[in-house]
Write a protein that binds this ligand. Structure first.
Ligand SMILES: C[S@@+](CC[C@H](N)C(=O)[O-])C[C@H]1O[C@@H](n2cnc3c(N)ncnc32)[C@H](O)[C@@H]1O
Length: 213
């Protein structure tokens, strides 16, 4: 579900790390402080970790280097190939946020970076419900992604991208399913998880939700 972009990610895989390292001016601000953001998320995560949309394993690798057990889920074959080379210690499976192999280990953190916007709002609600159910007591969902504070904020970001001539970025902001903060808050509240949002750059927010002990 929500994997209609997989061809695009297969094509992007070989140049993806260049983009996140600032190589594409259009997406420079989106990935500003990329390594620091992933480092912070890795530090907060608790093993065993279930990661969705691992891409080229940049977050995966940080968590594995901290001695954590990571199970990764990634729909793009080309991304998985690179991820397995960069992080052979992690178990990385084909799947997506909604449909993935059944797990044999208790999960203490569900994590994801720059990927949750591939789900519609209804799919996000379902995913959050599923993750709350599979998490151990006291476990958490930790994500980094673009979040709109409200409709005005969305409009401002789109207009700014258009003024800068970043038309691909503007189109992404219009067409992809970036979450509204209030809608995400509601989805977490519905499963009794407290959630906090911390802004990390012009677009990206660290989202932390905790399940009761
Ligand atoms: C922008 S990349 C982020 C990769 C990595 N997490 C990072 O921080 O660099 C988005 C990733 O999400 C994956 N993806 C796309 N749709 C997905 C879905 N429905 N479920 C899980 N992952 C998905 C893509 O294949 C891609 O690897």
């Amino acid at each position: 579900m929500g994997v209609e972009f997989v061809d695009l990610f297969d094509q992007w895989a070989s140049s993806y790390d260049n983009t996140v390292n600032g190589g594409d001016p259009e997406y420079k601000e989106v990935f500003k402080h990329y390594e620091d953001m992933l480092g912070e998320l890795a530090d907060i995560s608790v093993s065993p970790v279930l990661e969705f949309g691992v891409g080229t394993a940049n977050l995966t690798r940080k968590m594995v280097r901290q001695g954590k057990v990571v199970i990764g889920i990634e729909p793009s074959l080309e991304m998985r190939k690179i991820a397995k080379i960069k992080c052979p210690e992690a178990a990385i499976y084909e799947g997506d946020f909604i449909e993935y192999p059944s797990l044999q280990v208790p999960v203490r953190s569900v994590v994801s970076s720059f990927a949750f916007h591939h789900l519609t709002h209804e799919e996000k609600v379902q995913a959050i419900r599923d993750y709350e159910a599979l998490l151990e007591p006291g476990g958490g969902i930790i994500m980094i992604d673009t979040v709109f504070q409200d409709k005005d904020h969305r409009r401002q970001l789109i207009e700014a991208a258009e003024q800068d001539g970043f038309l691909n970025l503007a189109q992404d902001l219009k067409e992809e399913h970036y979450a509204y903060m209030d809608e995400l808050k509601q989805a977490f509240k519905a499963v009794n998880m407290d959630v906090t949002f911390t802004q990390k750059n012009k677009y990206a927010w660290l989202i932390q939700a905790k399940k009761g002990a």
